[in-house]
Design a protein around this ligand. Structure first.
Ligand SMILES: Cc1ncc(COP(=O)(O)O)c(C=O)c1O
Length: 401
């Protein structure tokens, strides 16, 4: 590694900005506050009319017949696998380059996640690698729309059909993304979205599962309410106290308060997607000539939702590795993050399943290089200019060019 110059804030030089820019930040406007206050005054706190209203609006926006709101993206994934009938001994083929909740959802049902490698350009699950990982116990394919770029969904839909598997899409990064002119989620049996504060719609916590299949929608709702096959609101309307539990579910409900907030934000989704795309285009233009920095790739026909803008630091070219670039940017006032340590390399997976480095070399190699720059729809042009200035400075100083 070359010695870093004094110009870097890391070495005592003046930072590009004093107040640190986070890599993500939710945007709460007055209209969101008003929507929440109205619900608080309505007397409904848990499942009330806002849940159904949000579900209808979300399903319409995503082009799905049904949307089921759940307490988190994690619970929505678990509900989706339950709805597909996943059970002990079954296997789910999925991506290692994701938040651990994707794979954990299989473990919740006594099933096992099987990790197949990702494509080197999009870092989404590679359909060929997934096909090779299918065995006699495989029941579900679970690709992830990494960073908001759609996975190769036509290939996965064809593979699922051919192999007689369910296709569950983890679209937690990809609310509003499209592929070949169609919304993500539209090829899957069930698609899952997250309403976590760093995502496109921030409800505090929350998730949504969409499907076109009425039976899958019924099973998603069943899992959401402890496996009880009738809705408490409808029972109260009928004056009926009877209910029966017919399967093992959880309390996976989302509150009316959260649904009001999510609905208010859904109204701005198109505007926010446009803003994220504009910021990504700014980075593309301003950073493409930087040596040792690889920018995210967009495949033909893909319209990513730009949840993240993950660059890759090629240490052999830059002369500095990802961790040094992370530290240098942080000192310049720019927050970044790493998405992700491949799931199979977390201690839990290593220890429990004996998984090791070498299982998914493309994902593992990418992990060593990945760094997500700040990207959120409330970000200003001046913020983006600071990110560009800081990264250019860091590359210049660390690379010594
Ligand atoms: C790819 C992916 N899947 C699932 C989840 C889980 O979503 P939640 O945080 O809403 O439980 C996340 C959240 O970060 C995610 O990024």
């Amino acid at each position: 590694m070359k010695p870093a110059s004094k110009g870097l804030a890391l070495r005592g030089g003046p930072p590009v900005r004093r107040e640190r820019l986070p890599y993500a930040r939710p945007e709460i406007l007055d209209e969101d506050v008003a929507a929440v206050v109205e619900v608080l005054r309505s007397g409904w706190l848990t499942t009330g009319p806002q849940v159904e209203a949000f579900e209808e609006a979300f399903a319409e926006r995503m082009g799905a017949r049904f949307a089921v709101a759940l307490s988190s993206g994690t619970t929505a994934l678990e509900a989706a696998l339950f709805a597909c009938g996943l059970g002990p001994g079954d296997e789910v083929v999925t991506s290692p380059l994701t938040f651990c909740a994707t794979a954990n959802a299989a473990l919740r049902h006594g099933a096992r996640p099987v990790f197949a490698d990702v494509c080197d350009d999009t870092l989404c699950l590679d359909p060929d690698a997934a096909a090779a990982a299918i065995g006699v116990r495989t029941r579900v394919l679970l690709p992830v729309d990494y960073a908001g770029h759609p996975a190769d969904l036509d290939a996965f839909a064809a593979l699922a059909r051919r192999a007689g598997l369910a296709l569950v899409e983890d679209a937690c990064h990809a609310t509003g993304a499209r592929l070949g002119g169609r919304p993500v989620g539209s090829r899957a049996d069930i698609a899952v979205y997250s309403l976590h504060p760093v995502k496109h719609l921030a409800a505090g916590e929350g998730g949504v599962a969409t499907t076109d299949d009425p039976e899958l929608a019924r099973r998603l709702r069943l899992y959401r309410s402890h496996g009880i096959d009738s809705d408490p609101r409808r029972r109260a309307e009928r004056g009926d106290w009877r209910y029966e539990m017919v399967a093992l579910g959880v309390n996976g409900r989302l509150s009316d308060v959260a649904c009001a907030l999510a609905q208010s934000q859904l109204r701005r989704l198109d505007r926010n997607l446009a803003r994220r795309r504009a910021l990504a285009a700014t980075y593309d233009r301003a950073l493409r000539d930087l040596p040792g920095i690889r920018l995210p790739v967009v495949r033909d026909g893909a319209e990513p939702a730009w949840h993240l803008y993950p660059i890759r630091v090629i240490a052999e070219v830059l002369g500095a590795d990802r961790d040094l670039v992370h530290d240098a940017l942080r000192a310049e006032g720019i927050g970044t993050n790493v998405h992700y340590l491949p799931v199979h390399l977390h201690p839990y997976y290593r220890d429990r399943f004996g998984l090791r480095e070498g299982l998914c070399p493309v994902a593992e190699g990418a992990f060593r290089e990945l760094l997500s720059l700040p990207l959120f729809h409330g970000m200003g042009d001046a913020d983006a200019e600071d990110v560009v200035a800081a990264l250019r400075k860091v590359v210049r100083e660390l690379g010594g060019s």
